[in-house]
Design a binder for this molecule. Structure first.
Ligand code: GLU
Length: 438
């Protein structure tokens, strides 16, 4: 950990992500001296390749704008680098490295051949015209295209990158590479190689994982009160699936505040506001005056609930919010976002025997379905919604079992955070040993 901090100064989120994993791995390293001998820990925290580039573009007024682009190709032991692109003003190398590091372990869990990578830019899509988004995406891809490919590195979406952006990125890739390689990006539109159920996959997968975790403790989602932070792709489809299982979702949020609807969130309204109109969540109360809107980012965790699903962004639940949730009787947390709980919050939940579905396992349904999209692209076929959804459900059932078994095997029963980290690590570590010192 000291080495990581020294070699990567100022990258707090990356340090945090590495710390969480290294703590989980202690019993593994004790039991397996071969990992130490092969220098696996030293190698696994060092990205295989880090790319940073200038992204110049002109805004609608003709002003020159310069952003920074990133792609961190973290680990290719088990497959081509795979992971999303995040467009958000908070993006810097430390954020992309934390996300890329997490992606390595996450992508190891579904049992599909995908390595770990992540990319993005400090570009802020908020308030930009469609034309500006397109010009930015085209400029971004004009540099990125030389570093990616269906057998090399396959980006997808993350915060700020959805179907619209993937479309513009794909169009530019196709043009400048003079090739139609559908498998170079995932999360594509359905007309050009996208997979049915990819859009829903992260949120649905999260709820499938939580269902498995509750069921292992003789509980279920039925009639549970749920609070979901975020109102993006993960939050919306987590809400949909939770409602299908008979839970009541009472709140959702964006970075400015949250909506509280004691009768249960009307998801069609949220979809209209976020997916069609691209507006803020406070619009909800114009449609449903009986609901309330409250300013603030962390205040949503003061609502009493049985299950909390943080689906917004990193470090959404800190120790203080964790204690409030526990005092209000929460029984389970499902991490839909990447690293939404601080390490202190995770410890607080585990010490209080709250069930915690960790991001690397619980939100792996998105990237797993991206891998299914890659399979369909290679086959030049598309599977039905039901087929993909069934595969996703099976994958989540297996991930829960894998994480749960690994936790038990290493003396950390019921600690799915450790279980997911350990199971994800073992496959990567064994593969790295098999492939020699590279
Ligand atoms: N950004 C998503 C994640 O954090 C999806 C990545 C992908 O589909 O490649 O896993």
């Amino acid at each position: 950990m000291d080495q990581v901090k020294k070699r990567n100064p100022g990258e707090d989120e990356f340090h945090q992500a590495v710390m969480e994993v290294l703590e989980s791995l202690e019993p593994v390293i004790e039991r397996h001296p071969e990992y130490k001998k092969a220098g696996i820990l030293e190698r696994i925290v060092e990205p295989e390749r880090q790319i940073m580039f200038r992204v110049p573009w002109l805004d609608d007024k003709g002003n020159v704008k310069i952003n920074r682009g990133f792609r961190v190709q973290f680990n290719s032991a088990i497959g081509p680098y795979k992971g999303g692109l995040r467009f958000h003003p908070s993006v810097y190398l430390g954020i992309i490295k934390f996300l890329g590091f997490e992606q390595v372990f996450k992508n190891s869990l579904p049992g599909l051949p995908i390595g770990g990578g992540k990319g993005g830019s400090d570009f802020d899509p908020k308030g930009k015209s469609d034309n500006e988004i397109m010009k930015f995406c085209q400029s971004f891809m004009t540099e990125l295209y030389r570093h990616i490919g269906p057998d090399l590195d396959v980006p997808a979406g993350d915060i700020g990158v959805g179907a619209r952006e993937i479309g513009y990125l794909f169009g530019q890739y196709k043009r400048i590479s003079n090739s139609y390689r559908a498998g170079v990006l995932t999360g594509k539109g359905l007309n050009y190689g996208g997979s049915l159920a990819r859009k829903e996959a992260t949120g649905f997968g999260l709820v499938y994982f939580v269902r498995e975790m509750l069921s292992a403790h003789n509980s279920s989602l039925k009639d549970k009160t749920i609070v979901i932070s975020g109102a993006g792709n993960v939050a919306i489809y987590a809400c949909q699936k939770a409602q299908e299982y008979g839970a009541k979702v009472i709140a959702m949020s964006d970075s400015k505040g949250y909506i509280y609807d004691k009768n249960g969130i009307k998801l069609d309204t949220v979809k209209q506001i976020k997916e069609v109109e691209r507006k803020r969540i406070n619009e909800y109360i114009n449609h449903h005056p009986e609901a309330e809107y409250h300013e603030g980012q962390k205040e949503i965790w003061e609502l009493k609930c049985d299950i909390a699903l943080p689906c917004a962004t990193q470090n959404d639940i800190n120790e203080e919010s964790a204690n409030i949730l526990i005092n209000n009787g929460v029984i389970a947390i499902g991490e839909g976002a990447n690293m939404p709980c601080t390490n202190e919050a995770i410890k607080t939940f585990l010490n209080n025997k709250i069930l915690l579905a960790p991001a690397k396992a619980a939100n792996a349904g998105g990237v797993a379905t991206s891998a299914l999209e890659m399979s369909q692209n290679s086959l030049r076929l598309s599977w039905s919604f039901e087929e993909v959804n069934k595969k996703l459900d099976n994958i989540m059932v297996n991930i829960f079992k894998t994480a749960s078994d690994a936790a038990a095997k290493y003396g950390k029963s019921e600690n799915y955070v450790a279980g997911a980290n350990i199971a994800g690590f073992l496959k990567i570590a064994d593969t790295m040993i098999a492939q020699g010192l590279v």
